[in-house]
Unconditional design. Structure first.
Length: 488
């Protein structure tokens, strides 16, 4: 594979490129789903291709192909240079890359069981067993389950001397139980909504999630929601479970800290950012308890944003994003680091597959747990009147990531420190900085989970990327609750 990459790099440098890198990517994915006792979909796909990224005349050029013959590889390298030279005609300034010592490395996601060593038949048997448990509860009208496995093997070679081979494995699983009654639909998901829980692990994750064991409880909660009281409207203290807090982090912290959005280099889909450069190290983002990091290192955990090197050969790092409530860092690349006064990239450039240009993406954007021992039940016990919200159902946030509204699948009213009645259609809304400044308690490490978001979209053509978000349940004071859904 290095020989193939060298064919492209040699041609690129001969044609005038001052920098060039090549990524060869082999991908395999398996996606299985069932619906009401039948296989809903099943796919097992593979792809192999490469891309060449160059700087010539101070501008970027990019080209990709799935033809690995020498003639095609060299033509692709030459085409990347030609595109760079054309781009240079309209450049505003020369591309400036932060220095990075070229690495030579081999890395693979730590795992116990290769998910592709488990047969499709075994996978489907598990899903149908979960489906049966869900539909055994009277009132369930639709049961959906899914299993997903991915392997991405990548070779990265650069004209600076980098030679990196890494293989990333990920697994994901989840299910949902729906109940239709009258003109109302209620839903409960496990372990999370939108595909469940995903991590950079092998098949061992599937056993850890205890999918079958929780199916009946989840179905019973879905049915119970039809008899539950509507979530009241008003201003309340709220407790978010760790999965909902993970999405809150994704939308109101993760996206606005992407430096390409801040600089106006990327504004598709999720828009721009309120975190203009003047706010770095001056903005009070949250309360003193809020400590958020962007951490791609293995020691942070098996998140979908965990790797050894990003897609321009920069090692995984931990960047403090919010430190004791103060905004302290962006997600950066070699090209953008100097703009915020850094002499090194934050190592966040990633691409979906071989035929996409790498861009700044979230790694594992995590809220660190509280330093004092505190369980969810203890947090509830210390809350006089509030609402516990669990599992995302819907979200909306403006293009600058400032005003938001989230709906959840289920809530529980808290009175005098006790969880009381179930509430249906709970929701909450707020302004990002006001919301994070209202945080006054976070549960400790024992309650902390590193959640996976497998479907974060960005760019055009769109790239779908996996990100990780670590969180423990947390309490926020005086939040507007209950305005997203109304009883019919």
């Amino acid at each position: 594979m290095k020989d193939i990459a060298d064919w492209a790099l040699n041609v690129a440098t001969q044609r005038g490129a001052t920098y060039a890198d090549a990524r060869i990517v082999a991908q395999r994915s398996r996606a299985l789903a069932t619906k009401n006792g039948k296989v809903g979909s099943a796919s097992d796909s593979e792809s192999l291709g490469y891309s060449v990224r160059v700087i010539a005349d101070g501008a970027w050029g990019f080209a990709a192909s799935e033809d690995l013959s020498r003639t095609a590889v060299e033509a692709t390298g030459a085409r990347a240079v030609k595109i760079a030279c054309a781009s240079a005609q309209v450049k505003q300034h020369d591309v400036q890359l932060a220095p990075e010592k070229p690495a030579s490395a081999e890395w693979i996601t730590p795992h116990k069981i290769d998910p592709f060593s488990i047969s499709v038949e075994q996978n489907i048997d598990l899903l149908l067993k979960i489906d049966s448990e869900l539909r055994s509860v009277a009132g369930i009208t639709l049961a959906e389950t899914n299993l997903n496995f991915n392997r991405e093997e990548q070779w990265f070679v650069s004209s600076e001397g980098a030679n990196i081979h890494q293989t990333k494995l990920s697994s994901g699983a989840g299910y949902a139980a729906y109940t239709f009654a009258g003109n109302e639909i209620q839903k409960r998901s496990y372990p999370n909504s939108y595909g469940g829980q995903w991590q950079n692990k092998g098949y061992e994750l599937i056993g850890e999630l205890k999918l079958v064991e929780n199916a009946r409880r989840i179905a019973e909660e879905a049915v119970a929601l039809h008899q539950a009281d509507q979530c009241p409207e008003g201003t309340f203290d709220i407790i978010l479970d760790s999965s909902q807090l993970g999405l809150q982090i994704h939308e109101s912290v993760g996206h606005p800290i992407e430096l390409d959005r801040v600089l106006g280099m990327e504004a598709n889909f999720a828009g721009t950012s309120f975190l203009t450069l003047d706010k770095l190290r001056t903005l009070r983002y949250g309360s003193d308890l809020v400590n958020v990091v962007a951490d791609a290192r293995q020691e942070h955990g098996p998140g979908l944003g965990t790797f050894a090197f990003d897609d321009e050969g920069v090692p995984a790092q931990c960047t403090p994003i919010i430190t004791n409530g103060l905004f302290t860092g962006y997600l950066s690349s070699r090209e953008t680091a100097h703009i915020i006064g850094e002499n090194r990239s934050g190592g966040t450039l990633r691409a979906e597959g071989w035929n996409r240009l790498p861009m700044i993406r979230m790694t594992n954007i995590s809220l660190l747990p509280g330093s004092k021992p505190l369980s969810l039940e203890q947090l509830i016990a210390s809350t006089d009147h509030g609402v516990l919200l669990q599992t995302n159902r819907s979200w909306s946030i403006d293009d600058k990531r400032y005003n938001f509204q989230f709906g959840c699948e289920i809530g529980w009213e808290i009175k005098n420190g006790k969880r009381t009645r179930i509430l249906k259609n709970p929701s909450y809304s707020g302004i990002t900085t006001e919301f994070w400044n209202s945080l006054d308690a976070i549960c400790s490490r024992e309650e902390w989970t590193l959640w996976g978001t497998p479907n974060c979209g960005k760019g055009q053509p769109q790239q779908v990327m996996g990100t990780g978000h670590g969180a423990a349940p947390a309490r926020f004071r005086k939040i507007k609750v209950g305005s997203a859904y109304r009883s019919m």
